[in-house]
Design a protein around this ligand. Structure first.
Ligand code: NAD
Ligand code: UD1
Length: 333
């Protein structure tokens, strides 16, 4: 069985990917400092799959802790989720974001090189398309960013690209995620942000269960069918399957490959509200407020490359995503 090191494996997307990896007969080793997740997630992964991943509570900024994992295990490939991800916080704490995301990644890559591990799947983001490109986004578009979080993704992609030029044996797949939502069907794992959520669906979930009283819709004057922002929401379990496809691709292809993971379809804020109301059987009160700084009107993926080279396609629609989010919310009140 191949050993896969999953950095950030107790997080939202990482935990769903660990489940898929185990279901696909990979041996999972998680490294996470638990700065934005809980150790119990390891138990939940075991409950779902019947197999307990090996867990290291370790910080990727700690070079000796990273090195120890590579010394103790023969790592076949790395799936690298670990990172800080809140856009607003990154504007307040740029040094923390650059240090954690960039230095952490460099530490992982140094240990990989030292131990002859040459395959990595990296969590990039649709945020690298910046504000000047127009949806549908294709992987050949120029990348840019508008905040430190986004720049960490642009810079890490550059570092990974440079690495594959210097070392022709390296295989890098940078997966550009669109908007992951939903939760595992069991309701055991899902997205559980600390404090008041920034993202749409976790916010709606808290309105639906009465923790927050209404949703603020950030602008209804965009050039979109109903005036509210349009995004490409993708079920986190579909996203997790995309990582298995990327891993398989990296087993027979070298070089740097950025690939979009989205559905190719956009939903507006009001369409998501409607789908969530259907899922929870309650009305979600909304208030229209001014636009949020930094938001764009429309973002969705061109999914051709993922279909062609990964042979992967997202399956779940927005109703299923909202139903699974609500199931998780109810089971974790
Ligand atoms: P998450 O916060 O749930 O998971 C990230 C995990 O990394 C957390 O468990 C956290 O404890 C861990 N971590 C952070 N810094 C660490 C460090 N120094 N050492 C060890 N562990 C560390 O986030 P997520 O939503 O699962 O996102 C995973 C990745 O995908 C991130 O890189 C994120 O930027 C990227 N991404 C997420 C989204 C999204 O909407 N969720 C969209 C695009 C890209
Ligand atoms: C945000 C980040 C992006 C990151 C992504 C995933 C910003 C500007 N962008 O994307 O970099 O990769 O999360 O983590 O923060 N909305 C509301 N009310 C709310 C929350 C959101 O109306 O309370 C609207 C937004 O204006 C947007 C849509 O819902 O139109 C989706 O928002 P969100 O879930 O925050 O994702 P993005 O803005 O696409």
């Amino acid at each position: 069985m191949k050993n896969i090191l999953v950095t950030g494996g107790t997080g939202f997307i990482g935990s769903h990917t660990c489940v898929k990896l185990i279901e696909n007969d990979y041996n999972v080793i998680i490294m996470d400092n638990l700065s934005n997740s809980k150790a119990e997630t390891v138990d939940k992964i075991e409950q779902i799959t019947g197999k307990r991943p090996l867990f290291y509570k370790a910080d990727m900024l700690d070079t000796s802790a990273v090195e120890k994992i590579f010394q103790e295990n023969d790592i076949f490939a790395v799936i690298h989720f670990a990172g800080l991800k809140a856009v607003g916080e990154s504007v307040q704490k740029p040094l923390e974001y650059y240090s954690n995301n960039l230095t952490g990644t460099l530490n992982i890559l140094s240990s990989m090189k030292k131990h002859g591990c040459e395959k990595i799947v990296f969590s990039s983001s649709a945020t690298v398309y910046g504000i000047d490109n127009k949806a549908p986004y294709t992987e050949d578009m120029p990348t840019s960013a508008t905040n430190p979080y986004g720049y960490t993704k642009v810079m890490i992609e550059q570092i990974l690209h440079d690495l594959t030029i210097a070392d022709a044996d390296f295989s890098v797949v940078a997966l550009r995620y669109f908007n992951p939502i939903g939760a595992h069907k069991s309701g055991l794992i899902g997205e559980d942000p600390n404090g008041i959520p920034n993202n749409l669906v976790p916010y709606i979930a808290q309105v639906a269960c009465g923790k927050l009283d209404h949703l603020r819709v950030f602008g209804n004057d965009y050039d979109t069918p109903d005036g509210t922002g349009v995004r490409d929401y993708i079920h986190v379990s579909d996203l997790a399957s995309g990582h298995i496809a990327a891993l398989k691709y990296s087993e027979c292809n070298k070089g740097f490959r950025p690939i979009n993971l989205g559905t190719g379809k956009g939903s507006s804020v009001l369409e998501v509200v409607k789908a969530y109301e259907k899922a929870c059987g309650k009305e979600i009160p909304v208030e229209i407020t001014p636009r949020r700084a930094g938001d764009i009107a429309t973002s969705f993926a061109d999914t051709k490359l993922a279909e062609e080279i990964l042979h992967w396609k997202a399956e779940a629609g927005i109703d299923e995503m909202c139903a699974d989010s609500w199931n998780f919310t109810l089971k974790n009140l």
